[in-house]
Design a protein around this ligand. Structure first.
Ligand SMILES: [Zn+2]
Length: 381
């Protein structure tokens, strides 16, 4: 009798939500996880996937991306990078604001092959003209708190937070005004605020003072002077205090925001990011970011245990998104999962400053399932 649509046999399940790691078969029916058990007979499923020697993990969540958004007419699409990297949920981190969001929803979000959500930029123009003097000077003039709240209320199924730039390099003197407006929207809507940090002013302490539990710092391992380490490389006391009061720290690799040196020093002082994310877009997709599994592999080679690294791309970002049903691989939950291969060999990785790290481990994706449907399968012979 076939009661399942899809059955994964003989894989090693890693489920960061409850710390489980061990061999289990996983069955899917009607887009949900139907059963996990040591032995589920093949006859009970329409399609069987041999997962022996592979890891079966919840679908990965990339908390910081810019997908399907055109900058200088170059664009990286979700379908080109997410399925092949085990990602079933990605979050666009502020590419659009209240004025540009409706276009982005129609153009990208509504026909993404997997879940693609938005943190709406507090500036209504999003990132149009970003990295120009015009943007730096005028970012804050396009803040409209009421219109941003209205756009969120009309698009709750897509918009999961508010994004704000709080760095002089990005928005000149607008940082604190923008941050305060973002907080106002966050309080009115119950959504988290995610803050880009890179270059002072304001100081990181001034930023953290304006955040509450559940708010997010992204670019946690930036080598710039607004980062979590002081000039001597010591973790700023305000960072530890912020974590204790519930501020969430996201990686946001990006083109310029992840240095192995910062990572080593922070990890040595016991400060890992809560989530590992790519900040992927056209200028970093070739190098240094490539995709989420490459970013996770960098952490494995910096000494982070596999289970811990996987928690930072599943259950932890799910918590930041107030989406506890994601990233769990529990019966009854959505059938989002990835089949991965952990290979041992000699692999080279590059950070945002072109430093190379040679390591022994790399994760590869064999297959990705979104809501019970296979959206990627490695077709190697
Ligand atoms: Zn970004």
């Amino acid at each position: 009798m076939t009661q399942y649509d899809l059955l994964f046999k003989g894989g090693e399940v890693i489920r960061p939500a409850d710390g489980f790691r061990g061999p289990l078969d996983v069955a899917i029916a009607d887009g949900r996880i139907a059963a996990l058990a040591p032995e589920i007979p093949s006859q009970q499923a329409k399609e069987v996937v041999d997962a022996r020697g592979k890891l079966v993990v919840p679908g990965l969540i990339d908390l910081h991306t810019h997908l399907g958004f055109e900058l200088h007419r170059r664009v990286t699409w979700a379908e080109d990078v997410c399925p092949r990297s085990g990602v079933t949920t990605a979050v666009d981190m502020g590419s659009t604001g209240a004025f540009t969001f409706p276009w982005y929803k129609e153009h990208a979000l509504s026909h993404s092959p997997m879940r693609l959500w938005e943190f709406i930029n507090i500036s209504s123009i999003g990132v149009i003209a970003i990295h120009t003097p015009y943007y730096v000077d005028h970012y804050g003039e396009y803040i409209d708190v009421d219109d941003t709240i209205r756009t969120i209320e009309e698009n709750r199924d897509y918009i999961r937070g508010i994004k704000v730039f709080a760095s002089s390099a990005m928005v000149g003197e607008w940082s604190l005004k923008a941050l305060e407006a973002a907080r106002e929207v966050g309080q009115a809507t119950g959504l988290p605020v995610a803050v880009h940090i890179s270059v002072e002013p304001p100081t990181l302490e001034e930023v953290l003072d304006r955040l509450g539990p559940g708010d997010i710092i992204t670019h946690s391992y930036t080598p710039w002077n607004q980062g979590i380490l002081d000039a001597e490389g010591h973790l700023r006391p305000a960072v530890r205090e912020a974590r204790e009061r519930g501020i969430f720290f996201d990686l946001g690799h990006g083109a310029g925001s992840f240095a192995f040196d910062t990572a080593r020093r922070a990890l040595d002082q016991g400060f890992a990011p809560d989530s590992i994310s790519t900040d992927i877009y056209y200028a970093n997709v070739e190098t240094p970011v490539k995709d989420l599994l490459t970013t996770v592999s960098k952490f494995l080679n910096l000494g982070m245990p596999l289970e811990e690294a996987l928690a930072k791309v599943t259950v932890n970002p799910a918590r930041a998104l107030h989406a506890q049903e994601l990233g769990t691989l529990q019966p009854g939950g959505p059938a989002d999962l990835a089949v991965l291969r952990l290979e041992e060999g000699e692999y080279n990785f590059v950070d945002s400053r072109k430093e190379t790290l040679t390591g022994r481990w790399e994760l590869f994706c064999e297959l990705t399932v979104y809501q019970g449907r296979i959206i990627y399968q490695n077709r190697r012979a």
